[in-house]
Design a binder for this molecule. Structure first.
Ligand code: ADP
Length: 299
C-alpha cells in the first residue's frame, strides 16, 4: 500500500503544481486521471524520487520513500512519459544493460531474466531488432519490461498510451492489467477510457488538487438519474451551454451531442442517459474550474 500525505510543490516560477495531495493507493491498478497541467507528472516524479516535494510524505509499506531514496528506487519501476532509448541497440542488449544497472550482476541469472521479461511483454520474437525500428506500442512494452526488472512493489506509468493506435493501446493495457495483479501500479493519464477499462480504483486531480478518489463505479453511481443528453444543432449549442450545466459535448456523425447534469428532467428534448466515467470526470473538471471545493473522499 502506498500512502501519500499532504504533498505540496511550488516550482521556482511560482506555479503551485501540488497543493496538499493525500492519497491511499492499494495493490492493483490505480488510475490517476487529470487534464494536462494538473500536476500528474509532478506527483509521479516525486513518488519516483526524481524530484523533491516542498512538504509532505510518501510511504510504501514501512518504507519512507522520500527519506530513503536508494531503497525506494530498488522497490520501484518507472516508465516515464518520454522513454528515451538508444535507437541503434537491440531490445535484448538494452534490457541486459538495464538489468546490470539495476544490480543483476550474475550473467546466467540476467540472461534468464531478460528472456522472461521479453517473453512477458511479447517482444521475444523481435529481441534482435534495433529499438529505433520499434513502433510506439513496442517501445512502451519495452518500457514496461525495463520497469519490471528487480520485481518492483510499485510501478509508475506516466501517460503511457498517448500516441498509441487502438490495437497497440489494447495490447499495452492488457499487459499492464496482468502486471497489476500483484503489485501497486499507478497509471497516470488524461484519457478517461484508460481508467474505465482497467482500474478498480482511481483519483481525479486538477490544478494540483485531489478532486475525487474511490472506485469508478461508485463515482459513476453518484450521478445515477442526473445525466441527460440531447442532440443539438450547432447553431443552438452556445444557447445550451449558457442555459445548462453541460458536462461534455461530443460530435456524433458531425452533430453535437451534449450531456448535462440536472437533478430533474430538464425537458426541452433531453433524454436520460446512464452516467459514465467521462461524465464524472468532466463534471469534476467543471467544478474545479468554477472554484468549487473538492469533495474528495478518503480512499
Ligand atoms: P501534468 O503531468 O498533469 O500535465 P505537470 O505535473 O507536468 O502536470 O505540471 C503541473 C504544472 O506545473 C503545470 O502548470 C506545469 O506547467 C508546471 N510545471 C511542471 N514542471 C515544471 C517545471 N520544471 N518548472 C516550472 N513549472 C513546471
Amino acid at each position: 500500500m502506498l500512502k501519500i500525505r499532504d504533498l505540496s510543490k511550488t516550482y521556482a516560477n511560482g506555479v503551485q503544481a501540488l497543493k496538499g495531495i493525500s492519497l491511499d493507493i492499494p495493490t492493483g491498478m490505480f488510475g490517476l486521471l487529470g487534464p494536462n497541467g494538473a500536476g500528474k507528472s509532478t506527483l509521479m516524479r516525486t513518488i519516483a524520487t526524481l524530484q523533491d516535494a516542498d512538504s509532505g510524505s510518501v510511504h510504501l509499506g514501512d518504507l519512507d520513500v522520500l527519506a530513503d531514496k536508494t531503497e525506494a528506487r530498488r522497490r520501484l519501476g518507472y516508465l516515464p512519459q518520454e522513454f528515451g532509448v538508444y535507437p541503434k541497440v537491440s531490445a535484448m542488449a538494452m534490457l541486459d544493460h538495464f538489468a546490470i544497472l539495476k544490480g543483476v550482476v550474475d550473467g546466467r541469472q540476467r540472461k534468464d531474466l531478460v528472456k522472461a521479461l521479453l517473453q512477458q511483454v511479447n517482444l521475444w520474437p523481435v529481441r534482435h531488432r534495433k529499438l529505433g525500428t520499434f513502433s510506439g506500442g513496442m517501445r512502451q512494452r519495452f518500457g514496461i519490461a525495463q520497469a519490471l526488472i528487480g520485481q518492483p512493489q510499485l510501478i509508475i506509468v506516466d501517460e503511457p498510451t498517448a500516441g498509441l493506435d487502438p490495437q497497440e493501446r489494447n495490447r499495452f493495457l492488457n499487459l499492464l492489467a496482468e502486471v497489476g495483479e500483484q503489485v501497486v501500479v499507478i497509471l497516470s493519464t488524461h484519457i478517461v477510457e484508460d481508467v474505465t477499462d482497467l482500474c478498480p480504483r482511481m483519483a481525479i486531480i486538477a490544478q494540483g488538487e485531489l478532486r475525487l478518489t474511490g472506485e469508478p463505479r461508485e463515482a459513476i453511481a453518484s450521478l445515477d438519474g442526473r445525466v441527460w443528453k440531447k442532440s443539438v444543432d450547432k447553431a443552438a449549442l452556445d444557447e445550451h451551454l449558457a442555459a445548462y450545466t453541460v458536462l461534455s459535448t461530443r460530435l456524433v456523425g458531425g452533430q453535437p451531442v451534449i450531456h448535462v447534469l440536472s437533478d430533474g428532467n430538464p425537458g426541452d428534448g433531453f433524454a436520460a442517459v446512464p452516467p459514465d466515467l467521462e461524465d464524472v470526470y468532466f463534471g469534476e473538471l467543471r467544478r474545479a474550474a468554477a472554484g468549487d471545493a473538492a469533495v474528495a473522499k478518503a480512499a
